[in-house]
Write a protein that binds this ligand. Structure first.
Ligand SMILES: Cc1cc2nc3c(=O)[nH]c(=O)nc-3n(C[C@H](O)[C@H](O)[C@H](O)COP(=O)(O)OP(=O)(O)OC[C@H]3O[C@@H](n4cnc5c(N)ncnc54)[C@H](O)[C@@H]3O)c2cc1C
Length: 399
């Protein structure tokens, strides 16, 4: 299958590298996601951005396509297709609308994934039917007003009282926060223990003591929902502990490794949209007696971006394949995110240069893509944090 805009048969190449053909189901899913992006997402993306409106209609339609359950077990109505499938779908959804894309990414890779990996059979049976069907939306809440990169320093507390845990604290910058029904969150039994004191919980918005705080106004992905969550003596049943007591930090980091593959896919989608805009504009605009695309400086930009975009896809799909194979993929996920987010930001800058004034105006989607690209370098670990993870990974494999 051809990758739109680049002319490269990446899926065929990957299949050859793997020595197998990609499952037909992933190929079909890719086509469905591509059509959905072209027909539904692209026409509405600027409106959601301008009005800062949550794309609830898009999310409902994603659920009908089965995309809310890409990782969920098939016995609970999920597609159970794994992270390579999720990556391929997220590239397309984010090509169409990054606000919708992050909503989908968080639901699958930050909420469904930790429940799948660390949840009990009882938690699977309780949550996956609603998550897979899209009846319930998911979120992941670790960041706090004073603690982002240093997640081991979180101050939200948990204490055990009989058959319940009681949580107190504030989470900040939580994607999907006001629409989410089910949230994976983290709290410490003793802040002085740092990472060793943290436990993970599956909470529900109906739990007593849960409320939604202020909504963030953002530079980009303005249609996505980003809010504070407040836990005030929030009562959480003991059976909602995720994994073991004190295992929360490990769960948080393992989950972010997968989430970073999702954000790398988002960056690729944004970069692809920029490349498409650049090619369309330069093919249809003439100046100095020839098509803009025939200008060597412009064709150089197109060639450079197409090459870097394919490289970003391969790095990202490698990380997804490693995750699906159960291999350690922390360094590879960080490489994928660090690289893809840089490509997305360079792509947006190049597209603006090629479109000139037409790209700066708010009638152009390039202006939105330029703002959306920036966030990929910040959430789920900034680029500086990805560099730290990668350098630790390089040193550890050298022994
Ligand atoms: C739109 C949006 C959505 C988000 N969604 C979620 C969500 O759903 N759930 C959630 O839990 N969080 C979410 N976040 C939070 C996000 O993950 C954090 O913003 C991110 O981890 C960075 O933390 P911070 O903003 O507190 O920056 P800080 O940690 O305060 O960092 C500030 C600066 O210091 C740099 N820095 C920090 N440590 C080092 C170091 N050791 N070496 C060099 N430089 C360093 C950082 O790179 C950064 O440039 C979201 C954020 C945004 C903006």
């Amino acid at each position: 299958m051809l990758e739109e805009g680049t002319g490269t048969d990446l899926e065929g190449t990957l299949a050859a590298m793997l020595g197998t053909s990609l499952p037909q189901k992933i190929i079909e899913l890719h086509q469905t996601a591509r059509d959905f992006a072209d027909e539904v997402l692209i026409p509405a993306a600027d409106l959601h951005d301008r009005e800062e409106s949550f794309p609830a209609d898009n999310v409902e339609r994603l659920a009908k396509l089965g995309f809310m359950g890409i990782l969920a077990p098939s016995q609970y109505g999920g597609l159970d297709l794994g992270n390579l499938a999720l990556t391929v779908v997220l590239e397309e959804i984010n090509r169409g609308c990054a606000s919708t894309g992050v909503t989908l990414s968080v639901h699958n890779s930050l909420l469904s994934s930790p429940i799948l990996h660390f949840g009990s059979q009882e938690q699977h049976a309780r949550y996956f039917p609603r998550l897979a069907s899209g009846e319930a939306l998911g979120a992941y809440a670790i960041t706090e007003p004073d603690h982002g990169s240093d997640a081991a320093a979180i101050e939200t507390t948990c204490r055990r009282e009989g058959d319940e845990w009681v949580l107190n604290g504030t989470k900040a910058w939580i994607t999907n926060g006001s629409y989410a029904d089910i949230i994976v969150t983290f709290a410490t039994m003793d802040p002085s223990l740092r990472s060793r004191g943290i436990s993970a919980f599956v909470i529900e918005k109906s739990m007593p003591g849960f409320s939604v705080g202020k909504k963030e106004k953002k530079l980009g992905i303005r249609g996505s929902d980003t809010v504070q969550l407040i836990f005030d003596e929030m009562r959480v049943p003991a059976q909602n502990l995720l994994g073991e007591e004190g295992q929360g930090f490990k769960i948080a980091m393992h989950t972010l490794d997968g989430g970073r593959i999702g954000i790398a896919s988002q960056a690729i989608g944004i970069a692809q949209a920029c490349l498409d805009e650049m090619v369309d504009f330069s093919e249809t605009h003439e100046m100095f007696g020839r098509k803009l695309a025939d200008n060597q400086l412009v064709s150089h930009k197109i060639a450079e971006l197409a090459t870097r975009l394919d490289a970003a896809r391969l790095l990202t799909r490698r990380a997804a394949i490693m995750k699906d194979a159960g291999l350690s993929h922390s360094g590879e996920a960080s490489m994928a995110k660090l690289n893809a987010s840089e490509v997305a930001n360079d792509a947006a800058r190049m597209a603006l240069e090629v479109l000139g004034g037409a790209g700066i105006g708010r009638q152009s989607s390039v202006e939105r893509l330029f703002r959306d690209a920036k966030i990929t370098e910040i959430y789920e670990g900034t680029s500086q944090i990805q560099s730290l993870v990668i350098s630790r990974h390089v040193r550890s494999v050298r022994g």
